[in-house]
Design a protein around this ligand. Structure first.
Ligand code: SAH
Length: 349
């Protein structure tokens, strides 16, 4: 698909055409990665953050957030829950928290690896090269860093760099692959100022950078952020601004599956948040093959408020697990066994 074709799909409102897009994406998904939905247990290990991302509720500049960092034992308990639920992967996510040191997290990664056969994914922001290398050495398997938007000017506006440091997420993604991580990335759909042209470029970038996993979620305004307060003013001109809707997010999921048949694509929590009744299912039936049930202890969940009213915020791990597994089975899909590594690499090798 070339850029013009992608743009045509992003802009179409023709119901028959869209039906065709959904069925094409669903069959590409089935033929390439199968019916199994792999589960990744998500643990939000800290909401402490040095950054001031314009979109994110746990940005350093939000004084209303009560900050926490989980203990090593709490994280280990989550790993045991993941094993009990039959998950193949544990995802450790946090704000950019330099209290998460190379040594401390290496010790936790080693403990998880000694005790379980879980794959470990890290999603900890733009950390120093030495940290990334240390965690790989300790046993981490994958790293998740969304580039958020491929429009550099828009990215710089919503993601101010730390003083004296450049923020080039594409460069970090290349480096992560070099270090030996399986690499995940992704975007938000409908960022104020994001145009259809930007979005088409994002989809082309997924392929160009051979990313193994792509997370795609709608942008959800958070009232305690600059972007959440000023979004109307920052929008692109009428007709060019991408809407932050479920439909647009599903279009990007479907087009991404068609462009990158072998990669892993999660049906994201943000998608499940803007359509609680069916968002999860729509993602899975329009190209996605992964879900990330939340394992974070109940008492921390509402403190990790990157956007408001996050799905699963009002559940504990048992409830999140049971609900997601039931919904997947009700769709006639199976639960993946094993680690669910990206076929992008294994098939190509
Ligand atoms: N500190 C890590 C993890 C951030 S949370 C990092 O920066 O990589 C993971 C993802 O949540 C972000 O990459 C972003 O795409 C998404 N996110 C953050 N705020 C959001 C919002 N208001 N609406 C939708 N998605 C959001």
């Amino acid at each position: 698909m070339n850029k013009q074709e992608i743009l045509d799909w992003l802009k179409t409102e023709d119901a028959d055409k869209l039906e065709k897009l959904w069925t094409t994406a669903d069959s590409v998904r089935r033929e390439n990665v199968g019916d199994a939905v792999h589960l990744r247990g998500l643990v939000e290990i800290s909401n402490i953050c040095v950054r001031n991302c314009g979109y994110c509720g746990i940005r350093a500049g939000n004084p209303g957030v009560q900050r926490y960092r989980m203990t090593a034992d709490e994280i280990l308990d989550c790993a045991r829950l993941a094993v009990g639920f039959g998950y193949g992967t544990l995802v450790l996510q946090a704000g950019e928290d330099y209290g998460i040191t190379a040594d401390w997290l290496s010790m936790i990664i080693q403990r998880i690896k000694n005790e379980t056969s879980l794959a470990i994914t890290l999603s900890l922001g733009e950390r120093d090269d030495a940290d990334l290398v240390a965690w790989k050495r300790a046993g981490a398997d994958r790293y998740l860093l969304r580039f958020e938007t491929s429009n550099k000017e828009l990215y710089d506006r919503i993601h101010p760099p730390l003083q004296g440091r450049d923020s080039d997420r594409f460069q970090i993604l290349r480096r992560l692959r070099e270090i030996g991580y399986e690499v995940g990335s992704g975007i938000m759909v409908g960022i104020p100022g994001q145009t259809y042209d930007d979005l088409a470029d994002d989809i082309l970038a997924f392929r160009e950078y051979e990313i193994d996993m792509i997370g795609i979620g709608p942008y959800i305004p958070h009232p305690e952020t600059p972007l959440g307060r000023e979004e109307d003013r920052l929008n692109a001109p009428e007709g060019e601004q991408v809407p932050a809707t479920e439909l647009m997010t599903c279009k990007v999921v479907a087009l991404t599956r068609i462009q990158c048949p072998l990669i892993n694509i999660p049906s994201t929590t943000a998608l499940a948040t803007i359509n609680r009744a069916e968002g999860r299912e729509h993602g899975l039936s329009r190209g996605a093959n992964i879900c990330m049930p939340n394992l974070t202890p109940r008492k921390y969940r509402e403190l990790y408020e990157i956007y408001p009213a996050k799905a699963s915020c009002d559940e504990n791990a048992d409830e999140s697990n049971a609900r997601i597994q039931a919904r997947i089975r009700a769709m006639g899909r199976t639960i993946g066994t094993g680690r669910g590594d990206s076929l992008n690499k294994t098939k190509a090798a």
